[in-house]
Design a protein around this ligand. Structure first.
Ligand code: FES
Ligand code: FES
Length: 883
């Protein structure tokens, strides 16, 4: 029943009519237009994105009934004084204490509350104050730095201003940082349009079942419902996918559902509450079938076929070099074992959301947060049965992705609802729906046999890998291809016999996630290095030093490494620390890593940039890759600044289909590599015109740009020289570039992770603070991977979607992270840079396993290593019994 509540919002009395069961978050966002509060997990109350100060207490408003605000004073960032807003945004921007930014407004308000009551908080007090908050990007290090800066500013002390020097090598503040910190930068779900409808989906509760009948009558009858669509309403191609068109936007009557994220119907209604309620009223009659849940079982000849588009064996990647049997037989030492990794939820803080708006000219404007907006356009156009030019697609930089927003999620259904109703439609998933729907990190089982000679020099690697790709192909075959390609880590191995398989099952689909198969392979290979080191009688550092790749050596795939091989420099950077910590009696683990930068493997890759001089004196910087918190748009501005000499403030980055800049997915640590080069090329054209104009009009930048208004400068980079895995070519070049890393994990006396030292070769440090932040955030993700995170499924259904139970580490669980950035310039990268987005967590789990063995003598081969002192010391990561 509707109830009128009265409260004070940011100093202004408000009266709002609420619905039964409505949360304060819904009232503030949907009725009062307060968008600094984000919805990351409602109604769980476990991410902190919706924090407000209610009668002086910091409260997660998604877990608070609206009527509880009756008579209270509610403060959000919109109501904080201009002076304090300036201090907050300045502190987060200067410290680079934000990446995707989705969690930050909640954290910023918490910081205000904390520093109001404790003007001199310690780092430990800050971390504890953040316990309600989850950040999936930063690893909290720079968030704590930012809160320290805020406290200093509020005490009247001098604090550094956000970086404005945009040259390469300087810590230019992230594009849009101030607005992001204050919650003023809109994400898709913050957008609104006149007459906008809200969408919702009906998902399958079964991992495998025959859909006998779909009845939408009850849903259609709900007042406020404007459309209920099913498979029969799709005018174009209902099946889509990144590599195989094996994923239906709707499952039709007479077909099977293949996982618990399958969509049966989509509803558009006047408000979100009505849309979701109506979606629950869609009646589906299922004939339940036994699901295929085990990848081994899926390969049996009598196994039911999971997906009609492809046999259950999705991919098989093979690498064979040398005579492995002979090499193993001649080896002084041989180790073997089985390593197993788990399914991981990306847990980007911003759930999937799309907005589609019919334009007066008949086109559809699609606001998406996908990792490849041109792929989104292609697939949506196919779904609607229209040509791509009928869709104008625009990226709204997202609230985290980590690979989980490569595949389509809600874009097609949202576009169809708008297409049919001729009204703007926004569709945002709940956290539970998000967990069920998007692809995960692959669980992979790996059998390894590795040999070495008496001095510890590796002789051969044999590896067999089996990955559960779930119900849809996504890029699962490529993940297992990458796992095979990285099977030997950053080491010289003369004889290689690797085979990896990706397999369809009725589990949630698995696809891209930061590290993309390399993490799994390194967990096994680095474990083998440790086992062999013991047999040889050398320590972990020495074992790795003896085998590390040099220029001229051959990588797993057969590629001869010709340039920018920084692994030895990363090892050298941690050497003294490794021996000093061991000498002090501490348990120290070590692991190394290599990670491709660029998809490679024979794929044609592009970087495309357009610089457009606008009439207002700004320069629009268009590129085809997605900003998802990694800082791409900021570093592209830096390349443009470096070449043109213009101030950073002139450039306005944009990602949309104004120009045809499709480059595929933002994946494979390639966006800086390729778009950076394209930005430099486009900037060179602008620079030439600026130089020519300078003689006539002098050096005033505004005047120079006014004279060039309307001009467009293009940068197009294409890379066609990589070779497919196993291709019979004279010169193997599977990837354009590689990043390298060595990490140390140091435990305290109780076996808790006290410190991580992360030495990374990034080619060229374009923006030191952003670069460090990438590594810190990745280490955070890697520690969760190692110790506490898992998306367990029972009968194909995730057993939890609760943030705390998924095991992501909170601020108080983070150890000290020391980042050492090393520059081994990459000749094919912009000013020597190569990708750093993924490699930060590639070695982490193996380094933790190595440290734990040093601590208690137990070699752990299954992730997460929950039964370890390091995991038990964490404050998260356990499901409550019986759930
Ligand atoms: S949305 Fe309220 S705590 Fe996550
Ligand atoms: S910056 Fe915290 S979730 Fe992205």
């Amino acid at each position: 029943m509707a109830e009128l509540i009265a409260f004070t919002l940011n100093g202004t009395p408000r009266q709002v009519e609420t619905r039964d069961g409505e949360s304060l978050l819904e009232v503030l966002r949907e009725r009062c237009g307060i968008t600094s509060l984000k919805d990351g997990c409602s109604p769980q109350g476990q991410c902190g994105c919706c924090l407000a100060i209610v009668d002086g207490q910091a409260k997660t408003t998604c877990a608070m009934p609206a009527e509880a605000a009756e008579g209270k004073e509610v403060l959000t960032l919109e109501g904080v004084s201009p002076e304090e807003r300036r201090m907050i945004s300045g502190a987060f921007a200067a410290a680079a204490g934000l990446q995707c930014g989705f969690c930050i407004p909640g954290i910023a308000l918490r910081a205000k509350h904390l520093t109001d009551h404790n003007p001199l908080p310690s780092r430990d007090e800050i971390a504890r104050a953040l316990d309600v908050h989850l950040c999936r990007c930063t690893g909290y290090v720079k968030i704590v730095d930012a809160i320290e800066l805020l406290a200093r500013a509020k005490r009247g002390e001098a604090v550094p201003a956000p970086g404005t020097d945009g040259r390469v090598g300087q810590s230019l503040a992230r594009v849009g940082a101030a607005a992001m910190a204050l919650g003023a930068r809109a994400y898709v779900d913050d957008l609104a349009r006149p007459g906008m409808l809200h969408g919702a989906l009906t998902l399958s509760p079964h991992p495998r079942a025959l859909v006998r009948r779909i009845d939408t009558a009850r849903a259609r009858a709900v007042p406020g419902v404007r459309a209920v669509l099913t498979a029969t309403d799709v005018p174009g191609q209902r099946w889509y996918g990144l590599l195989h068109d094996d994923w239906p936007g709707f499952v039709a009557e007479g077909e099977e559902v293949r996982c618990v994220g399958d969509v049966l119907a989509a509803v558009a209604a006047d408000d979100r509450h009505t849309a979701r309620a109506a979606a629950r009223l869609v009646e589906v009659e299922y004939g339940i079938l036994p699901p295929v849940l085990d990848p081994e079982r899926a390969l049996a000849p009598d196994a039911p076929r999971v997906n009609p588009a492809h046999e259950n064996l999705l991919s098989r990647s093979v690498i064979r070099r040398g005579d492995v049997d002979a090499a193993l037989a001649a080896s002084t030492h041989v180790v073997s074992g089985t390593w197993a990794t788990q399914r991981i939820e990306h847990l980007f803080l911003e759930p999937e959301s799309a907005l589609a708006e019919p334009l007066p000219d008949g086109r559809l404007h699609l606001f998406t947060q996908g990792q490849g907006v041109f792929d989104d356009r292609r697939q949506v156009a196919g779904f609607l049965g229209v040509t791509e030019d009928r869709i104008h697609v625009e990226l709204v930089p997202n609230g985290g992705a980590f690979g989980g927003k490569e595949d389509m999620s809600v874009q097609a259904q949202t576009a169809l609802l708008a297409y049919v109703t001729r009204r703007p439609v926004k569709l945002t998933l709940s956290r539970e729906e998000s967990v069920r729907l998007h692809p995960k990190r692959h669980p992979i089982t790996m059998h390894y046999t590795v040999g070495c000679d008496a001095e510890g020099r590796l002789t051969a690697v044999r590896a067999r890998m089996l990955g559960d790709s779930g119900a849809y192909a996504s890029v699962g075959g490529k993940v297992l291809e990458r796992a095979a390609g990285h099977a030997c880590g950053p080491y010289r191995v003369p004889a290689v016999d690797v085979e990896s398989k990706a397999v369809y099952t009725n589990n949630p689909p698995c696809g891209a996630m930061r590290g993309f198969g390399a993490n799994q392979a390194h967990f096994a290979m680095e474990g083998c290095l440790d086992l062999l080191a013991k047999k040889v009688g050398v320590d972990g550092w020495e074992m790795r030093w003896r085998n590390a790749l040099d220029v001229g050596d051959v990588f797993t795939t057969g590629q001869v490494m010709e340039k920018s091989v920084g692994i030895r420099k990363t090892l050298a950077a941690v050497k003294d620390r490794y021996y000093a910590e061991r000498g002090a009696g501490r348990a120290v683990g070590i692991a190394c890593a290599i990670k491709n930068s660029g998809i490679g493997n024979g794929v044609e890759e592009w970087g495309k940039v357009r610089l457009v001089v606008e009439a207002d004196g700004t320069v629009s910087l268009y590129n085809g890759y997605t900003e998802m918190g990694q800082g791409l748009l900021t570093v592209l501005v830096q390349f443009a600044v470096e070449v043109t000499g213009l101030p950073a403030s002139v450039f306005v980055p944009k990602v949309d289909s104004t120009f045809d800049l499709g480059c595929g997915q933002t994946t494979g640590s390639r966006a800086t590599l390729f778009s950076g080069r394209a930005a430099m090329e486009a900037a060179a054209g602008l620079r030439a015109d600026l130089d020519a104009a300078r003689a006539a009009v002098g050096s005033d930048a505004a005047q120079l740009l006014r004279g060039l208004a309307g001009r467009v400068y293009a940068g197009d980079i294409v890379v066609r020289d990589t070779t497919a895995l196993g291709a019979p070519v004279e010169k193997i070049k599977t990837h354009t570039a590689y990043g390298y890393a060595t990490q140390l994990v140091i435990l305290d006396d109780a076996g808790r992770v006290a410190r991580v030292v992360a030495a990374h070769d990034v080619g060229r440090v374009v923006n030191p603070l952003l670069c460090e932040g990438q590594v810190e955030g990745a280490v955070h993700m890697g520690l969760g991977y190692a110790l506490t995170e898992e998306l367990a499924c029972e009968n194909g259904m995730p057993v939890t979607h609760k943030l705390r139970e998924l095991g992501v580490l909170r601020a108080r669980d983070m150890p000290v992270v020391e980042v050492i950035l090393i520059e081994e310039p990459e000749p094919e990268g912009p000013m020597g840079a190569k990708g750093v987005g993924e490699i930060g967590l590639v070695p982490t789990a193996a380094a933790v396993a190595s440290a734990l063995e040093a601590f208690d003598g137990v070699r752990r081969t299954t992730l997460p290593m929950r039964e370890s002192p390091a995991a038990r010391a964490m404050s998260v990561g356990r499901r409550r019994p019986g759930r």
